[in-house]
Write a protein that binds this ligand. Structure first.
Ligand SMILES: *[C@@H]1O[C@H](CO)[C@@H](O)[C@H](O)[C@H]1NC(C)=O
Ligand SMILES: *[C@@H]1O[C@H](CO)[C@@H](O)[C@H](O)[C@H]1NC(C)=O
Ligand SMILES: *[C@@H]1O[C@H](CO)[C@@H](O)[C@H](O)[C@H]1NC(C)=O
Length: 365
């Protein structure tokens, strides 16, 4: 009871916005008026008490203060992807992930998958946002595919994407450093150049298709994927590993947009990537020297073809494109759940200070 009373008087002080000490007792009428005033306040306080209590109590009652709740506003593309244990995959205290929107008022963060909301502002949360809650904008896809409309400005607190300057950097792959040098094993090669493409736009809009049409005049290219030779996922790496080179051509060109075409199709299979995407500088931020061939280094596709033929004929030169593998291990993006854990880690790593993204639509394009 004493605890409740002290709680109450504390709240009365808050209501009055001033301390009792400033009241005078010299004049008895003022004293009586003041007593009535106090009684009234206590009455109001008692009525307000349950409300105030619910307002002032901790918003979450976890025993574990680092157990943040992240509300997945949608399942990505409507698919119920598996959730990971962030302690196991990133070595950080785990977060509680849920896609149950009844958590909205209590969630520490709301993670919004861009594709699922960008066509309609009404698909975003409509209820007032709790003051402590942060909204995370997440897009693994480039802006040319799903642009950022202006209604998304001044709405989110953190960005998450493949761009290095995102608040939460979520790339498609990365390099891990071995503690000691490893033996470099190059898979046996019997073929020259491969390309696997699922999203084939035969119209000349796509830079990569135009480049391929030009390149194939000078060099045979085996094309896999829809509309071409079939290539099931479980045969992807073993098939591509037989090739010396892999055309890691991105479907659109954007800063830092370097996808599984490099990380999985080329690096994990053991083919040397011939990259077409952002400028060389962007690749150099993430990939070691002499691990890829950039089409921008060649004035024409014909000259690239000549270079690839030279490498094909010179085993030593070709093998030099694998030397980095003695120290570095390419790792590909693991899962949606893994990316969600990046958000979990970032939220734990920084105090919940005020932060907002006023110009998301200008930044992500
Ligand atoms: C984290 O919070 C959720 C929701 O309150 C709860 O179900 C879960 O048991 C908590 N986990 C830990 C480790 O405290
Ligand atoms: C996550 O993994 C850690 C370490 O293995 C374990 O202690 C914890 O219970 C796991 N949490 C859940 C929710 O499975
Ligand atoms: C998050 O961003 C919104 C919109 O700009 C802002 O109103 C809110 O105060 C921000 N919250 C935090 C915790 O930074």
């Amino acid at each position: 009871m004493t605890m409740i009373l002290s709680h109450l008087s504390l709240q009365l002080n808050v209501i009055n916005g001033c301390s009792m000490k400033s009241q005078g007792w010299a004049n008895p009428t003022i004293g009586w008026k003041f007593l009535i005033f106090v009684l009234l306040q206590v009455g109001i306080g008692l009525i307000l008490f349950p409300y105030l209590r619910s307002f002032s109590k901790p918003l979450k009652e976890d025993e574990n203060p680092s157990n943040l709740t992240i509300l997945l506003w949608t399942w990505p593309y409507g698919i119920h992807v598996p959730i990971e244990n962030c302690t196991e995959v990133l070595g950080v205290p785990n977060c509680h992930f849920t896609a149950d929107r009844r958590w909205y008022q209590r969630a520490d963060a709301v993670l919004v998958h861009h594709h699922d909301v960008y066509l309609d502002a009404k698909k975003l949360p409509q209820d007032p946002r709790p003051p402590f809650q942060r909204w995370i904008w997440y897009s693994p896809e480039p802006p040319s595919k799903h642009p950022v409309p202006a209604f998304m400005d001044n709405l989110f607190n953190l960005s998450m994407s493949y761009r290095r300057d995102s608040d939460i950097f979520a790339p498609y792959g990365w390099m891990e450093v071995y503690t000691e040098p490893q033996e470099v094993i190059i898979p046996p090669k019997s073929k020259l150049v491969a390309w696997a493409v699922s999203n084939w736009k035969s119209d000349s809009v796509q830079v990569r298709v135009r480049y391929y049409e030009e390149l194939k005049k000078y060099l045979p290219v085996d094309v896999y994927g829809r509309r071409h030779w079939p290539l099931p996922q479980n045969k992807l790496l073993s098939t591509l590993s037989q090739y010396k080179f892999y055309l890691a051509f991105e479907n659109s060109q954007h800063e830092d947009y370097i996808t599984e075409k490099v990380w999985r199709n080329a690096f994990l299979s053991g083919a040397v990537p011939v990259v077409l995407g952002p400028p060389r500088k962007s690749y150099e931020r993430f990939l070691p020297p002499h691990s890829f061939i950039h089409v921008g280094d060649f004035p024409t596709a014909q000259e690239l073809a000549t270079f690839l033929r030279e490498l094909d004929a010179d085993e030593e030169q070709y093998q030099s494109f694998f030397q980095w593998r003695a120290w570095l291990k390419p790792v590909e993006y693991k899962s949606w759940g893994f990316q969600f854990c990046r958000a979990c880690r970032a939220l734990q790593g920084q105090p919940a200070t005020y932060q907002t993204l006023p110009e998301l639509s200008k930044w992500f394009r």
